[in-house]
Design a binder for this molecule. Sequence first.
Ligand code: URA
Length: 268
Amino acid sequence: MREGKGPEVALSKRQRQCLDIMGIPVWSLRTPPAPRAAGISRAGTVSDPRPALPAEGGPDGEAGAVSTLGWEALEARVAACTLCELHRTRTRTVFGVGNRSAEWMIIGEAPGADEDRQGEPFVGRAGQLLNEMLLAVGLKREAVYIANILKCRPPSNRDPRPEEVASCEPYLQRQVSLVAPRLILAVGRVAAQNLLKTDTPIGAMRGRQYHYGEARIPVVVTYHPAYLLRSPREKRKAWEDLKFAMQVYEARQKACRKACRETQGEGT
Ligand code: URA
């Protein structure tokens, strides 16, 4: 169930709470923002402590423009991107793939050799395992949307550098806001830490619900399938994570339905 944007109306506190549960941001006149610290609440949620956008010309000057692009223009922008050094060594950019109205979005680290050749995320052995992991919770690859923190392959699959992540971030932010998923599954340490702006080890991030962006989309973290190929005994933990992700998703769906009913009740 997806609601379109309605006319601007005065909302009661309760209606605002309902919209908040549903992850629908309510826009209001801007006041100077209070500085926000990143932190995990007792409920295990984090605020989104993304840095303020710098002046035009840098990667986030780009964000001003990127944040309004539609799918085709966004994909073309990524294909032509030269914001970081990775454009010199890539074969192809790897934009993202799948259902653009997906309820689940999967976010990985960066393209590997296979992805760099084919221009599609998670097509190698790790991708095969990711497909199997999704199927284990009843999701076909085509039903979800898959993207990475970086759109270009780092040479020799080294970890992404902070400036590369910063350059690519507006693209992923725009993809998330266009898909507007109900749940984000971050696969692997690099994806989880960069998405949630934390250096918490992945083992400590598992089994908690985090939130991403203004829409406070629930985020669940699990191991990267490439790690699971190297450490198959950890697959049991990944299975626990996927079950937890499904619980988070279903709880959110239930809260949305309840909030919708109550909001409709208030309006009558
Ligand atoms: N690993 C990732 O994180 N992403 C890919 O697309 C492929 C491998």
